[in-house]
Design a protein around this ligand. Structure first.
Ligand code: NAP
Ligand code: HSE
Length: 438
């Protein structure tokens, strides 16, 4: 280490919400431990947030305040800028660009920013010889970015999949365990600091899609392509879906999955049924999990807290500690450029079994009409469940079918035909059944 490497590392923190305050608390409690581990003090010299007057429960009397976060990038007393504001554009993007251009290292927890602008920002970081670290952007406290771009990089990666949104996993787990409804549980997740500023990003699958696009970029080396992710959220999942899936031996989880299929990049996020007893089905509450397949590891399974103050701030500080030690790695794990844009896999090529939830009028012939359509489209049915009887003949009741393996394309045609049946009373809901982790 040079004399320079022993000088205190000076941080500026932009954003003093859940994550920013978490970072300050870690420094307050474990500052000496971190200094002993890195050989130098790590201190905060300046901060920025929207409201100067808000009580954040931490002492900010010794640090400079900037009303404009971008001003942090120009300060001489700052070595590393922590961008903890959020949002793919606006102040967060301006700050990160400015900081990198001014040869400041950057640590961010902002998956929206990296999913939309990661490649361009990584180019600036490499050109300027500084770090752009974003471990906290994917799966909270789980060190999956480092695993993919460092520890496991000797592998040719296969499928990378997992539970990437703590808010959704928390909601689905609470709905199953307590029978509470969706909106009620979402309020809890917001109060606990798990949800994004706009929670529709969580429940609509966008947040998980941001993370999946980053994982795909790290694993396969193509340009991060958020727009190519097929996204479905959990807003339509009802307590009835959860209960019926349970009686059939499954749990519903929001899953993100990416792989290369014949050279084309598949990226999917959506609710799926996972069989009880598989590692991923047991990931509960705010926990996330990521499974990485590689040709020399078979599979590694990472599980840990995916959101919240402590776990996210822990990941941010792990990135800071790398910088304190002088460790600067290429942001996307690529030296000398990536593979360019990927060919996008055909979404209807998905092959697997499916859960189909119908509301059918409880009258003779309704079920027969549905099974005939499946038969006409060469789709075999593995199981069927009608758990209720209509009080008045002809009223709709929930019916669930599990298919054998088929293609999404074939199933979609059958579902359109079922939607047109007289016996069908609501839009059918179709969820894929996961084939991993058995
Ligand atoms: P948050 O609690 O909403 O905090 C955002 C902070 O940014 C607030 O302090 C806010 O100031 C400040 N801010 C907003 N706009 C600003 C602007 N234009 N200029 C200066 N400051 C501004 O958000 P968070 O949960 O900490 O999330 C921060 C980032 O971490 C996001 O990118 C998020 O996706 C990511 N992340 C969060 C979690 C989590 O569990 N929360 C986990 C992983 C990643 P005021 O306080 O004055 O309003
Ligand atoms: N809103 C995100 C989640 C925060 O619930 O997983 C962690 O990225």
């Amino acid at each position: 280490m040079t004399e320079q490497d022993h000088k205190p590392l000076r941080l500026a923190i932009a954003g003093l919400g859940t994550v920013g305050v978490g970072v300050l608390k870690i420094l307050q409690k474990n500052g000496e431990l971190i200094a002993a581990r890195t050989g130098r003090a790590v201190e905060v010299t300046a901060v920025s947030a929207r409201s100067r007057d808000k009580d954040r429960g931490v002492d900010l009397s010794a640090v400079a305040w900037e009303d404009d976060p971008v001003a942090l990038a120009a300060r001489d007393d700052v070595d590393v800028v922590l961008e903890l504001i959020g949002g793919s554009d606006g102040a967060a993007k301006s700050l990160v660009e400015q900081a990198l251009n001014n040869k400041k290292h950057v640590v961010t927890a902002n998956k929206a920013l990296i999913a939309h602008h990661g490649a361009g920002l990584a180019d600036i970081a490499v050109a300027k010889g500084v770090a752009l670290n974003f471990e906290a952007a994917v799966a909270g406290g789980i060190p999956i970015v480092k695993a993919l771009k460092e520890s496991l990089q000797a592998n040719d990666y296969g499928r990378v999949y997992g539970i990437l949104n703590g808010t959704c996993n928390y909601i689905l787990t609470e709905m199953e365990e307590t029978g509470r409804d969706f909106a009620d549980v979402l309020k809890d997740a917001q109060a606990l600091g798990y949800a994004e500023a706009d929670p529709s990003f969580d429940v609509g699958g966008i947040d998980a899609a941001h993370k999946l696009a980053i994982l795909a970029g790290l694993a396969f080396g193509y340009d991060i392509d958020f727009d190519a992710v097929q996204v479905d959220g959990v807003e339509q999942i009802t307590a009835n879906d959860i209960n019926l899936s349970k009686s059939l031996g499954y749990r519903i989880k929001l899953i993100g999955s990416t792989s290369l299929i014949d050279g084309a990049l598949a990226q999917e996020v959506g609710p799926m049924l996972v069989p009880h007893g598989t590692p991923i089905s047991d990931v509960s509450g705010v926990f996330n999990a990521v499974a990485v397949e590689g040709d020399f590891i078979n599979q590694c399974f990472f599980e840990g807290p995916g959101a919240g103050e402590g776990p996210t701030a822990s990941a941010v500080m792990g990135d800071v500690i790398d910088i304190a030690r002088g460790l600067v790695t290429p942001p996307l794990g690529l030296v000398g450029g990536g593979r360019g844009p990927a060919k996008v896999a055909d979404k209807d090529a998905h092959i697997g079994a499916f859960y189909v939830h119908l509301m059918l009028r409880d009258e003779p012939g309704g079920m027969a009409a549905v099974t005939n359509i499946f038969s006409d489209h060469d789709i075999s049915i593995a199981s069927m469940l009608q758990s209720e009887r209509a009080e008045i003949a002809g009223d709709p009741v929930p019916v669930v079918l599990i298919t054998h393996e088929t293609t999404a394309a074939r199933l979609n045609v059958a579902i359109s035909a079922i939607s047109g049946l007289k016996a069908n009373a609501a839009l059918p809901r179709v969820l894929p059944i996961a084939t991993f982790g058995e």
